[in-house]
Design a binder for this molecule. Sequence first.
Ligand SMILES: Nc1ncnc2c1ncn2[C@@H]1O[C@H](COP(=O)(O)OP(=O)(O)OP(=O)(O)O)[C@@H](O)[C@H]1O
Ligand SMILES: [Mg+2]
Length: 377
Amino acid sequence: MSTVSDRPQPWSPLTVRLMLAQTAVLLVGLVIVVITAVMVGPSMFYHELIRAGHADEASGLMHLEDAFRSVSLTALAIGGIPALYIAGLLSFYLYRTIGKSLASFTTAAGEVAAGNYGVRVTSPKLGPEFDSLAASFNDMAAKLNAVDTTRRQMLADLAHEMRTPLTSLKGHLEGIEDGVVDLDERTTAILHAQITRLERLARDIRQLTQAEEGMTHLQLTLQDPDQLAAQAVDAVEQAAVDKNVSVTNISTGSPVAPVLVDRERMGQVLGNLLENALRHTPPGGAITVHTDHRPTEVTFTVTDTGEGIPAASLAHVFERFYRANTGREAQRGGSGLGLAISKALVEAQGGTLEATSPGPGRGASFRIRLPRRAASG
Ligand SMILES: Nc1ncnc2c1ncn2[C@@H]1O[C@H](COP(=O)(O)OP(=O)(O)OP(=O)(O)O)[C@@H](O)[C@H]1O
Ligand SMILES: [Mg+2]
């Protein structure tokens, strides 16, 4: 991270312009004071003396008026010249500081435009407006930095994810070319699986980007939560039977009103959670989908009796490409994007998604909370 320093530029064009404007104001003020002292002051003094009963000493009064004029001018010169000098110095210092700090903001903005998001500005200590400008600028640069880091990380992860299927495809094709691998049913199935994996990766990345950028066009309609849960359970029923895992759907609370959600997207989220639960629950295990109707919100909780999630991994399961057990997970074909997509989709619909687990071997639980909202047309 770098900080933009204030380069000394005593006579920047802005300083010169501000100084000229200030000098003009001072000169106008001075001319008005001199005119007042020379023309208005003595005659007021004269009339005041007459009012006080000194009219009979008229010739003496004329002399007094001249004396008043010259005393006023002398006093103005003695007091005015140092005052002008000090005002000029103070103005110069102030304008030079403003000019320097504006120059440092310009330099910093140029650095950000050139892609150096680590740049920061220091507040010139010229008041709350400048403090807030510096804070906003630094905040903007920090956010751009975070976005840039995420983007780089995502591209690196994506390249890494693509490498495994591509290496497998290339290896098998070279083996076929060299005659060491037969293009039989088994090889075709492997090639197919790798291509499917790449397709899935491309689809997931698109979905995630759209959901995170809020570009997913949600079709919000009023839906019966129990029906959403039942449909999601139906979709995995056969796979669960095949794996000898039981799936139970329960509903509690009084179903007072439907919830405003995108039916397809919520189905996708529940599907992802059920797919995960099934993948991480060994035969003989159980999965429960619990829909709870509360006055202020509806919650869906998908709980399983499977592998569980270690406490250290819980905080990361919603990160892109995160897999708690990389070796085994990779073999099972998941790209580690399902939960990141689910979270973004739930949040886009105004809800939250959180994970809990009592620990490895003791199952895991994922809860979607959807606050009740009124339909907006
Ligand atoms: N029910 C669960 N029990 C135990 N671990 C889980 C469960 N659900 C998710 N996880 C852990 O969280 C990780 C991330 O899950 P996520 O759904 O994002 O990715 P994935 O299932 O590996 O791949 P994808 O969903 O993209 O096919 C998983 O790899 C797994 O380690
Ligand atoms: Mg998944």
